[in-house]
Write a protein that binds this ligand. Sequence first.
Ligand SMILES: Cc1cc2nc3c(=O)[nH]c(=O)nc-3n(C[C@H](O)[C@H](O)[C@H](O)COP(=O)(O)O)c2cc1C
Length: 166
Amino acid sequence: MIEAIKKRRAVRDYLAEKISDDKLNDIMAAAMYSPSANAKYPWDLVIIKDNSNKEKLSKLTPWAIHLKDASVIIAVIGHEKESSDWVEDCSIVAEHIWLEATNQGLGSCWVHIRGNDNAEKEVKELLHVPEDYRVLCLMPLGVPVKDEPEHSEEDFDRSKIKQESY
Ligand SMILES: Cc1cc2nc3c(=O)[nH]c(=O)nc-3n(C[C@H](O)[C@H](O)[C@H](O)COP(=O)(O)O)c2cc1C
């Protein structure tokens, strides 16, 4: 597990290659096995393969440009009214997607939507998301142009880890 965690990087450059259905199925399963506060599972996942939708989504924020080259984009939709923990639950879903994508040799990089009201409204319109649902993020999946270096201990500040008390 630690190997996959170290390999997971923000990958924003993808080859013009489709990802296989088998890989996508495993990634969707990884997402659906996520834990959930009070076992509410307050999410839906929209799989986007249509090029014109990818193009539109890539223009939503200045940090979304890499969406246009993804083979697939998964929109992580939260049910705000069903669970006050929808952000936590949906964030875990997104991370499971990212980790399993890494495990499958694919690249991904979270594109944040929640908190950007205009972007969220546009995603909801484009994907016909019900009014009272929310959009946490968009997770692109693609074959990486190159392997990013994996994380090592130099990347984090050990002083953030406290023993017994702060
Ligand atoms: C909550 C969250 C929001 C993020 N939003 C974006 C985004 O909108 N666009 C983007 O290119 N990267 C986004 N990222 C990716 C981060 O920039 C990236 O994870 C960070 O630079 C650390 O690099 P690493 O993932 O390779 O370890 C986001 C990551 C998280 C966890």
